[in-house]
Design a protein around this ligand. Structure first.
Ligand code: ADP
Length: 455
């Protein structure tokens, strides 16, 4: 069970007065938890069966604007309801919120009771089912990097986001002393999330001032995506409760390192054997792994819009800051978009370094899986390994440099249309177009500073 609280145990905790609130939350297009806070007594006495939400939750932008032009929902359709169907297997306590448990919910069509096609959790479930039908359990891990600021979100907003004070004054990559200074926050992050059923491995300082990383153990792809959104929510909330704030923006300052969400991936047979491992191969990579990786390389540019969903995401892809610029593969090489880890071991895996920490993990894992499975289906041959500094190697496959480029490639992707369906591809292409048009329209601080006086 992905959560760590059975329904019976919840009922007992409610009877004992230990839990009085159950959050029921679905995941939106941006990867946020959206839902309602239930009185626990109502939830256990029948509220667990289903609740409802406005169907605009899968048709708004970050600001909750009602974006025109979606086929799934709009004013012309009256913005009706989706069913929120709690997935009781995801039940867990949230120890940082007194008396509170969380249950994730799937989004169903009100009339057909089918999962909504454009729902991120449904999109990932379908790719996992496809992998299982091919005889594989997809195992994934998403790392999460973020910056911690001394001041609370409210203070940042009051200051017009002009007074961001990272919690440390220097690059704290692997630093024990600096991260000791941050333990009052990060110890709670590890322990609270662990008690919420997240298999925390470790936290560590990262490669700029105030930057951190949290790692949780790999699991099946759906469980990992669930863990990812709960970790993100937990880190934000625990920081908030301590008067601090964090950001998962891919690039909050062009002078600083971006925040990544590298995705580690391996396939296992349904009886639990590592399908990526071949003892006799020079890297320990099986034919299945090579086809999978070949598929991800062949389709890397088409899936990038799901790995880097905002205009800002592309500002992370710059030379010399450990974010990749090239969609090529290399063993244990952090300049490549696809790095092979755990060579010659049963843990041999593909680490895709393209996603930033602003990613929606369901869409990202689903797109990576779709590309990899297409490679296996077509038995694509793996191109030769690249070696050395990919940043300064010309003429090799680039990661799209802008969301505009990535969105065009998404729209034209036959592979994704086949894997996700036209409805899903068109929906998320529309989301990308909206992000682009909103960013094009707005005058930025940069333009003011550069042009106001001198233009
Ligand atoms: P790094 O040096 O990149 O931080 P780690 O050894 O810390 O690498 O592992 C990174 C992530 O990879 C962890 O979250 C771990 O659970 C995950 N991982 C380990 N083995 C596998 C595997 N076989 N498949 C997918 N993910 C895995």
């Amino acid at each position: 069970m992905p959560g760590n609280l059975t329904f019976d145990a919840l009922k007992e905790a409610v009877d004992r007065g230990e839990i009085d609130t159950v959050l029921v939350a679905s995941v939106d297009m941006q990867g946020r938890l959206m839902g309602k806070r239930f009185h626990a007594a109502f939830f256990v006495n029948g509220g667990w069966k289903e609740t409802h939400c406005c169907n605009y939750l899968l048709a708004v932008d970050m600001e909750m604007n009602t974006v025109p032009g979606y086929k799934s929902a709009g004013w012309e359709k009256g913005y009706g309801d989706y069913v929120m169907k709690p997935d009781l297997a995801t039940l867990r306590p949230l120890p940082w919120l007194p008396g509170t448990a969380l249950c994730l919910a799937d989004l169903l069509d009100h009339h057909t009771q089918e999962e909504v096609a454009v729902s991120p959790r449904a999109i990932l479930k379908r790719q996992v089912a496809r992998a299982r039908a091919m005889g594989f359990d997809p195992m994934m891990a998403t790392e999460l990097e973020f910056y911690i600021f001394e001041n609370a979100y409210e203070q940042l907003r009051d200051d017009g986001f002009g007074n961001l004070r990272p919690i440390s004054a220097y690059n704290e990559d692997y630093h024990i002393f600096q991260t000791t200074k941050e333990e009052s926050l990060m110890r709670d992050v590890r322990n609270h999330l662990y008690k919420a059923g997240i298999p925390i491995e470790n936290t560590k300082g990262e490669a700029d001032s105030g930057q951190h990383e949290v790692n949780y153990r790999y699991s099946d792809a759906l469980d990992t995506a669930d863990n990812h959104v709960i970790v993100k929510q937990g880190v934000k909330e625990i920081a908030h409760l301590k008067g601090k704030s964090v950001t998962f923006m891919a690039k909050y300052d062009h002078r600083k390192a971006g925040s990544s969400s590298h995705v580690h991936q391996s396939l296992w047979t349904l009886d639990g054997k590592p399908a990526f491992y071949d003892h006799d191969d020079p890297h320990g990579m099986s034919a299945t792994m090579k086809h999978f990786l070949a598929g991800q390389l062949a389709h890397a540019q088409e899936i990038t819009a799901f790995l880097a969903p905002y205009v800002n995401s592309y500002k992370r892809f710059c030379i010399g800051l450990f974010a990749p610029t090239k969609a090529v593969w290399s063993a244990d090489n952090r300049t490549a978009g696809f790095r092979i880890c755990g060579e010659h071991t049963k843990a041999v895996r593909v680490e895709c370094r393209i996603p930033g920490s602003d990613v929606n993990p369901y869409l990202c894992c689903a797109a990576l899986l779709a590309a990899g499975l297409a490679g296996i289906e077509q038995k694509l041959e793996l191109e030769p390994e690249m070696k050395g500094d990919m940043y300064n190697t010309a003429g090799i496959r680039e990661i799209p440099r802008t969301l505009r480029d990535a969105a065009d490639r998404l729209l034209a992707s036959d592979m994704l249309r086949k894997a996700f369906g036209d409805e899903v591809v068109d929906h998320y292409h529309h989301a990308a177009q909206w992000e682009i048009s909103e960013t094009d329209r707005v005058v930025t601080d940069f333009e003011l500073q550069r042009l106001l006086e001198r233009a």
